[in-house]
Design a protein around this ligand. Structure first.
Ligand code: FCB
Length: 485
């Protein structure tokens, strides 16, 4: 781990390797709308967003960016941008409404049309199977803390793989299982909104198992040359000071935030220190023989989502313990002081320290070096695994001015710095194969509803009018020349 004062500086500017994949990313619940159309049933996010006080302004994904009805217009925008790849997610409750049984053809047809439109535009589709929209019936049966959900997921993966495997070459099983497990089941700021730390640890394990089972199901369903991946929001964790105590705080957060997924998936084991740290909460007896072997089925690449770094310090005896979930660089509500910690077992031991410097509209610090740190760490730890940045971007308070332009210079600066960090990592021998900007469109930003705009295309949610922001033009120019100026 790197200490704060030894952070590398990101300066390199130039071309990216030939064949680099330039993309944007979205997720089904955040853009599709059409929540009750063509057989779709509620997911945990429909239920959660309807519960009073869960999502800012009572917003829901009922209409979102109406992408379900405007898919062709949105693919035309992607073509105009010149992206080579587009990452979207498939809504489980659209394809297999109750989470069990046969597929709904009308649901699958939407994704067939999307994929065909992308291919016709010369854009490679990258499909994520789970971006947080668990069918509500499976949550009612126990959700991710319940083992059977992993088996259900593998069955759904098979259905989608068989339906789209002839057209989609790159597959991502899960998006950010850390958020889904710990924000969903421990801090409760995401659906399904439970606050049970042991349930969150069980969910994390079942995500690893679900991933491994889905890899097996996809390998059986897909053509041999297909690429199978997993997207993690790994934490670039730094100590406040280079002391043994602060380094131990880093170790704890690294175990709970990173190695809890990396070790099972890439090494077929659980971190010993994680088991020790969480021993007062659980004996991990929900991990059965063979699970870790299943979780470690070989994959072809690893996706990293990165927004901001995390700085931690040890809690000194007697000092107030102030967990700040919003300061950890992930989606979470930072202005609710009573929110339970999403970090089971760290209370009274670890303190999250605000990072100084510029911030986005999410109040997340802007620090591209964290991305460089993560990528080079993975180069060293997983030298044979190609990497992709499957999400990176920033929210700012954008608006269309009277002339219809959206000027977002802060987003351009953010993107430029982060692409320079990716370039620097590549120049130093890291195998980064692509970059997917979050996000194509302004959208439903989970617990923040429509109050946060991450798009490079502005959406007026009253009229659904799309307006290309300056950052989209800038990104198109970067793609056109194959790198930063
Ligand atoms: C990530 C999510 C994505 C989006 C960004 C801002 O955690 O994967 O859906 O909300 O944060």
């Amino acid at each position: 781990m790197t200490a704060v004062d030894a952070r590398p500086r990101t300066t390199a500017e130039s071309r990216f390797p030939r064949g680099f994949r330039w993309g944007t990313a979205t997720a089904a619940y955040q853009i599709e709308g059409a929540a009750a159309e063509d057989g779709r049933t509620p997911s945990i996010w429909d239920t959660f967003s309807r519960a009073p006080g869960r999502v800012r302004n009572g917003d829901t994904g009922d209409i979102a960016a109406d992408h379900y009805h405007r898919m062709n217009e949105d693919v035309a925008l992607l073509k105009e941008l010149g992206v080579t790849d587009y990452r979207f997610s498939v809504a489980w409750p659209r394809v297999q409404p109750t989470g069990r049984g046969p597929a709904v053809q009308r649901g699958l047809d939407f994704y067939r049309r999307l994929v065909d439109a992308l291919l016709a535009a010369g854009i490679r589709p990258v499909a994520t199977l789970y971006h947080w929209d668990l069918p509500q019936e499976l949550e009612d049966a126990g959700g991710w803390p319940q083992r059977d959900t992993a088996g259900r997921f593998a069955e759904y993966a098979r259905i989608v793989g068989e339906a789209l495997g002839d057209r989609v070459a790159t597959w991502i099983t899960l998006n950010e299982p850390w958020c889904a497990a710990f924000l969903g089941y421990a801090s409760g700021v995401h659906a399904p909104g439970r606050t049970d730390p042991v349930a969150a640890l069980r969910a994390a394990h079942h995500f690893n198992l679900a991933h491994g089972l889905a890899v097996g199901a996809l390998r059986a369903a897909l053509p041999r040359k297909s690429e199978i991946s997993l997207t993690l929001n790994l934490h670039a964790v730094r100590p406040l000071a280079d002391t043994a105590a602060d380094l131990d705080a880093v170790r704890r957060i690294d175990a709970l935030g990173n190695r809890i997924f990396l070790d099972p998936v890439f090494h077929g084991r659980l971190p010993e220190d994680l088991i020790d740290d969480t021993a007062p909460l659980t004996d991990w007896s929900f991990v059965r023989d063979g699970d870790l072997e299943t979780a470690s089925a070989p994959i072809d690449s690893l996706g990293i989502n990165y927004y901001s770094p995390t700085v931690v310090a040890a809690v000194s005896p007697g000092a107030p313990d102030v967990p700040l979930p919003g300061m950890t660089g992930m989606t979470g509500v930072s202005d609710a002081p009573d929110t339970p910690s999403p970090w089971p077992g760290t209370e009274g031991r670890v303190r999250f320290v605000p990072v100084p410097g510029p911030r986005t509209a999410m109040d997340w610090p802007v620090d591209a070096d964290g991305l460089y740190e993560l990528l080079t760490r993975l180069r060293d730890e997983l030298p044979r695994t190609p990497l992709m940045v499957t999400e990176n971007g920033a929210a700012y308070d954008d608006y269309a001015d009277p002339s219809g332009a959206v000027h977002d210079p802060e987003r351009v600066a953010y993107l430029r710095a982060h692409l320079a960090a990716v370039h620097r990592a590549i120049a130093e021998g890291t195998r980064v194969r692509g970059y997917f900007l979050w996000s194509l469109l302004d959208n439903f930003e989970w617990a923040y509803g429509y109050s946060k705009r991450f798009g490079i295309v502005h959406v007026d949610f009253a009229t659904q009018r799309r307006t290309v922001k300056d950052s989209a033009r800038w990104y198109a120019a970067v793609i056109g020349r194959g790198g930063l100026a």
